[in-house]
Design a protein around this ligand. Structure first.
Ligand code: ADP
Ligand code: ASP
Ligand code: MG
Length: 412
């Protein structure tokens, strides 16, 4: 008998029929003798609808109130889920984040989980109940309701699996696994049997929304085995596992893109020690993450400094940067929203050669200009004009995955 956390995403609970389909799956697993904890997202479209309602009231809604509103989406879904199981004769109880409780910090709309209390869940399990937990939400020590950022139910599920020492965590979604690229963009994308936490972490942070980044961080830190699969078929999905379990360290495991970032350029920044620290500290203090930093060569004591931030953070970043630019005596702040970042990711890149050159060559062959580059040990990202996103992803997929027989892995 295993303890399994089963998470159902928005599409998988998108209608009463779909909730019934999900509930049947849960009931079957229970019948086989397993202990099940369910984590549910809001019904598909609900969170988007709530956000647009809030934005009609206020373009930048108060984050505390926004969390109060968004948490209702998951609350609806868990109640309907529990009712459906009860109608099937299965013992189930729905729980909001605060009832578990899932304790978070107080950064509204992107809170981080600090503690998970398992007493109540274990008690319910021991009495034969299936707890149906609201994903995406938590509560601060002071009792304020928080949410974990878009896609946060993945994180709720993997964190609960870690806290409960579950045998594994199943992520039920609308694709039947993790693919070498978003199958909506690349029809020839291939399903991966296994992917390492590190690779999935890079793919998730670079746009593959199939898993929220923090869920993969939790998985990696606590060794939670994660099975991403479809709620509409019985087929085996993809497993996210430790690196040691991946035999084949291919150079490029996957290609991804994100158009959810904007590029800022601070023009004519005085080239003095401490200036970069001032700019990035101000953004960091406002919980704004930065990527793709490029500093041009100093001319007459001035440089231009470019970087990207998430589009959600852009209005606040703009406000902060205009203030800092004035303080440091820079000329102006430019914002370019028409950019996107395409990335190639793979563990084998550590010992491969030629990947960057090949990537730049593919983009050049399609006349796509590279605005900025950033790399890690296992990925290369290029910032390009947004209109070329799909073209670039398809071309890179073709070059690195469809046509790549050699895969470049070898001694440096
Ligand atoms: P859920 O609502 O179940 O959480 P999401 O919409 O958040 O589902 O994530 C699933 C989606 O992720 C898929 O429909 C797919 O378009 C997208 N996706 C992006 N990159 C990948 C990838 N490499 N493999 C599989 N799906 C991906
Ligand atoms: N409902 C939330 C969202 O749409 C959380 C989730 O689905 O994981 O982002
Ligand atoms: Mg999701």
């Amino acid at each position: 008998m295993a303890l399994i956390v089963q998470k159902f995403g928005g599409t998988s609970v998108g209608s009463l029929e779909r909730i019934e389909n999900a509930a049947r799956r849960v009931a079957q697993a229970k019948k086989r003798g397993h202990d099940i904890v369910v984590v549910s997202s809001a019904m598909a479209g609900t969170t988007d609808r709530l956000i647009s309602l809030a934005k009609e009231v206020q373009p930048f809604p108060n984050p505390r109130e926004l969390d109060m509103l968004l948490a209702t989406g998951e609350q609806q879904a868990i109640a309907l889920f529990a009712m459906t199981l009860q109608r099937m004769g299965v013992k189930a109880v729905s729980l909001c984040g605060w009832q578990v409780p899932v304790i978070t910090d107080d950064v509204h709309t992107k809170a981080r989980i600090k503690e998970i209390h398992t007493r109540k869940l274990k008690e319910l399990l021991s009495k034969g109940y299936i707890p149906i937990v609201a994903g995406f939400q938590g509560v601060t020590k002071e009792g304020e309701i928080t949410t974990l950022g878009r896609g946060g139910s993945d994180t709720s599920a993997v964190a609960l699996a870690a806290a409960l020492k579950a045998d594994f965590c199943e992520i039920y979604t609308d694709v039947d696994g993790i693919y070498t690229a978003d199958p909506r963009i690349v029809p020839n994308a291939r399903k991966l049997e296994k992917i390492a936490y590190e690779e999935m972490l890079e793919l998730a942070s670079l746009g593959a929304k199939v898993m929220q980044i923090r869920s993969v961080e939790f998985g990696s830190k606590y060794g939670v085995r994660i099975h991403v699969r479809s709620s509409f078929s019985e087929e085996e999905g993809s497993w996210i596992v430790p690196e040691e379990e991946i035999m084949e360290k291919i150079a490029v495991r996957g290609i991804t893109s994100t158009d959810k970032e904007v590029q800022f350029t601070i023009v004519k920044v005085p080239d003095k020690p401490g200036i970069a620290a001032k700019i990035f500290k101000a953004l960091g203090d406002a919980h704004i993450a930065v990527d793709m930093i490029v500093q041009t060569v100093s001319v007459n004591g001035y440089t231009d400094m470019s970087f990207t931030v998430s589009e959600n953070d852009a209005p606040l970043a703009k406000e902060i940067l205009e203030k800092v630019a004035k303080e440091i005596g820079a000329e102006k702040v430019l914002m370019d929203p028409d950019v996107s970042k395409v990335s190639v990711v793979g563990l084998g890149m550590r010992s491969a050669y030629g990947v960057a050159g090949k990537m730049f060559d593919v983009l050049a062959k399609h006349n796509i200009n590279i605005k900025a580059i950033s790399t890690s040990e296992i990925r290369i990202s290029c910032l390009i004009a947004r209109k070329y996103t799909e073209l670039a992803v398809r071309a890179l997929h073709e070059a690195f995955i469809e046509n790549d027989k050699v895969n470049f892995v070898g001694d440096k």
